[in-house]
Design a protein around this ligand. Sequence first.
Ligand SMILES: *Cc1c(COP(=O)(O)O)cnc(C)c1O
Length: 296
Amino acid sequence: MLKNQVLNNIQVDNQLFMKPEYLNHPFISGNKYRKLKYNIKAAISQKKTTLLTFGGAYSNHIAATAYAGKMHNLKTIGIIRGEELESKINANPTLMFAKQFGMQLHFISRTAYRNKQDSQYIERLITKYGDFYLLPEGGTNALAVKGCEEILNDRDDKFDFICCSVGTGGTISGLINASQPHQKIFGFPALKGDFLQQDIRKFAAQDNWKLITDYHFGGYGKINEELIAFINTFKAKYNIPLDPIYTGKMMYGIFDLIEKGIFPKNSKILAIHTGGLQGIEGINLKLKQKGLPLIK
Ligand SMILES: *Cc1c(COP(=O)(O)O)cnc(C)c1O
């Protein structure tokens, strides 16, 4: 069973520290480990034998769910966005990984994928695949937030700012709930959109947070040469790998805010490294096709 991991922070410079959640499991990395922990427990106690979830081509959540299902003897079904991917599984390391760990993959169009929260659509999935434990896209629900509350521990109370990348808002909600009122939580969305504020308010029990919306680089999965250069320089300098979808954009943002003097001089910042490194291989294949530099 997944344990409550307590990881020591890595010091980056005088004021910046990193919590290396990417090291909490070799295959179920980062925040996805936290998000799955209580959901797997619930699935087992509800005597479910199958987990069903949703994700895109490079989804960390799909990879983590496939592996966690295998570990706990649960079947897994992944509903994948994009019919065109079906004939290209072999060229996609994330989907290959999921398949290798027994996940049944079903590819649907982007239009059909928009129904993923629709109860009639879920009913049809039950008719088609039988009973399952439903994990939403990105794995965010109340139990996922509860798991993410375990990212922080007492020793983290000394930080003034806690930063994390935001996709669906589950991770930041857990951090907000586990933080002290004097701490400020900054979320860096990896995508465009105003819906995140509301999604976070559904789970967050305090108001000590803010979304910094200037560092999505054009939207979800959008990557440019400046970001790639930043990630490669960061790794060369600190020996910490970053992914281009989430943690790379967040760290770029934090460095930029530090340079602009947004954080008070003696304040201490904790950045949560939420993982996502499994996606780099697949993204590099795409970058290569486009003639862009690769992530090292
Ligand atoms: C999924 C993910 C996030 C976003 O987490 P949410 O809880 O969806 O906001 C951030 N970083 C990485 C590496 C992720 O895989």
